[in-house]
Ligand binder design. Structure first.
Ligand SMILES: [Ca+2]
Ligand SMILES: [Ca+2]
Ligand SMILES: [Ca+2]
Ligand SMILES: [Ca+2]
Length: 495
């Protein structure tokens, strides 16, 4: 089958399911007849879920989809790698099942897992290995023709220093080409990037707009700290001829802590001239002289789902930094979540607000937000607590922020169960006792794709679960990490 035919099938398949979902919404969201009864939500993994609901969310139904020790029927040699971070799910154009694309941060790789129509993983392989990945690959986004107007393309960002780049990976590409290192997108710039998130095609019709978080802390050798970057082209699907921009305040104030919760600040995107052809070091010098806001480590970015107006509402995290457990002047320590409202008629203009932050509740509230997932009515904020601030009082949570009521509630936590010896010796092989030793990767709404409302997958990095047999999952022989990874399915998630 040619590539073009495959892509066409993806479009048709996705349109079919979208139409079903729309019908459900119009009639009755509780109409059980509309649910895809073929999906089997029992745990398919040999490892139980490594997360559990927080009090008040006991209706969540959690099953484990895949974990590193699992052996899949059609690919017994495949190992699901450590640190599953960014993910994307699509229908398999060649079957009645699905394809899950996942990057594995620390081994610089991207896996492709095939699932049957019941959502059971049956086969896995790598489409990027550490040789092709070149840099750590963090969060990621699967761009699709039906939502974004181009693709399917898995945009996965490199985060190993300021010369890292975004890779555009064909999710249907050949596994034999996994070591190819010519899949980067120079026009999207060079930086230590967490994610490159294209906005839906309806947000700014005719344009390609991609928001990129720079996970960079302030150091004397990197005084611009982290930026919110934007790639924009006036042609839909053009990833080569657009321009790169950085977010700044219209009053030129670059200090993030001079923006307070409860206030709204005018911002604009300033062009970084010739970004495609200069180094990441040059970009960082330039953005600082252009007056870009210096955030403490921008991690993940997402847009509000629903209408085009919603899609122009952007949420992103600044995960924070500390020096000897104390704040660094001008920078968030415990982390913040920002909301950028982009102007309908001008993507270069907008307003910025702090909607959640941990600095006013050191150690008990928000701790180092990292990945972020936005639905129509909620923002799910995923913590990465392994900076191990001494004042931290809880393990990594996912917080649920209600966009309308502004309520912020701890929603999910890691199942460390350190007081259960058999569990602790199995899943905490390094014996780490501090809070926050496990981290979340991406959380993705798969409801419309599988036809079951309120269903999400969440990737987990149980960093202290390590075994020699988990090493070299991508087969390149170039990495030494031996952590296990897991992806879980969660139902009854409020959207
Ligand atoms: Ca990061
Ligand atoms: Ca920077
Ligand atoms: Ca992370
Ligand atoms: Ca992080």
């Amino acid at each position: 089958m040619t590539q073009l035919t495959k892509k066409s099938l993806v479009i048709f398949a996705a349109l079919g399911l979208t139409m079903v979902a729309c019908k459900d919404d119009d009639s009755n969201s509780n109409n059980t007849q509309s649910i895809n009864e073929q999906i089997d939500f029992s745990s398919h993994s040999s490892v139980p879920p490594l997360v559990k609901p927080m009090p008040g969310f006991d209706n969540l139904q959690i099953s484990s989809l895949i974990s590193s020790p699992d052996q899949l029927a059609q690919s017994p040699g495949f190992k699901y790698g450590p640190q599953p971070d960014g993910g994307g799910l699509m229908q398999d154009p060649d079957s009645d099942g699905y394809i899950m694309i996942t990057n594995h941060e620390i081994i610089q790789s991207v896996s492709r897992v095939y699932l049957d129509k019941t959502f059971k993983p049956v086969k896995g392989e790598y489409i990027v290995d550490a040789v092709g990945g070149m840099t750590r690959l963090c969060s990621a986004t699967l761009a699709t023709p039906e939502v974004h107007g181009f693709g399917p393309m898995f945009l996965t960002a490199g985060e190993s220093g300021q010369e890292s780049m975004v890779h555009g990976i064909d999710p249907l590409g050949l596994a034999s080409e996994r070591s190819r290192n010519d899949r980067t997108l120079p026009a999207l710039g060079k930086a230590s990037m967490e994610n490159a998130v294209p906005l839906p095609k309806q947000a700014f019709p005719g344009k390609t707009v991609i928001l990129i978080g720079e996970d960079q802390l302030y150091t004397t050798s990197h005084i611009s700290a982290g930026q919110l970057l934007m790639y924009m082209s006036n042609s839909l699907g053009d990833l080569t001829n657009g321009k790169l921009y950085a977010l700044k305040r219209t009053n030129n104030n670059q200090v993030e802590m001079e923006m307070q919760p409860g206030s709204t600040y005018d911002v604009s995107f300033v062009e970084i001239p010739n970004a495609k052809n200069i180094s990441g070091a040059e970009i960082n010098t330039l953005v600082n002289s252009l007056g870009a806001i210096r955030f403490s480590r921008v991690e993940d970015v997402d847009y509000r789902k629903g209408t085009a107006a919603n899609n122009r509402e952007i949420y992103f995290t600044a995960t924070g930094q500390a020096s000897s457990n104390q704040p660094v002047a001008g920078y968030t320590m415990w982390g913040r979540v920002y909301r950028l409202r982009m102007s309908e008629n001008n993507p270069l203009a907008g307003t910025l607000e702090v909607v959640a932050e941990g600095d006013s509740t050191p150690g008990t509230g928000l701790i180092n937000p990292d990945n972020i997932t936005v639905t129509e009515n909620f923002v799910y904020i995923q913590e990465d607590g392994d900076s191990y601030y001494t004042a931290a009082q809880h393990d990594s949570y996912i917080w649920q922020y209600n966009i309308n009521s502004r309520a912020l509630k701890p929603w999910l936590t890691m199942k460390h169960d350190r007081d259960v010896p058999s569990w602790n010796s199995t899943y905490n092989t390094t014996g780490e006792t501090r809070y926050g030793s496990w981290e979340y990767g991406a959380m993705e709404d798969i409801s419309d794709l599988i036809g079951v409302p309120g269903t999400f997958i969440i990737n987990l990095h149980p960093h202290t679960w390590q075994k020699p047999e988990f090493q070299n999952a991508d087969g390149s022989g170039t990495t030494t990490n031996k952590e296990g990874g897991q992806t879980v399915v969660i139902r009854n998630v409020e959207r």
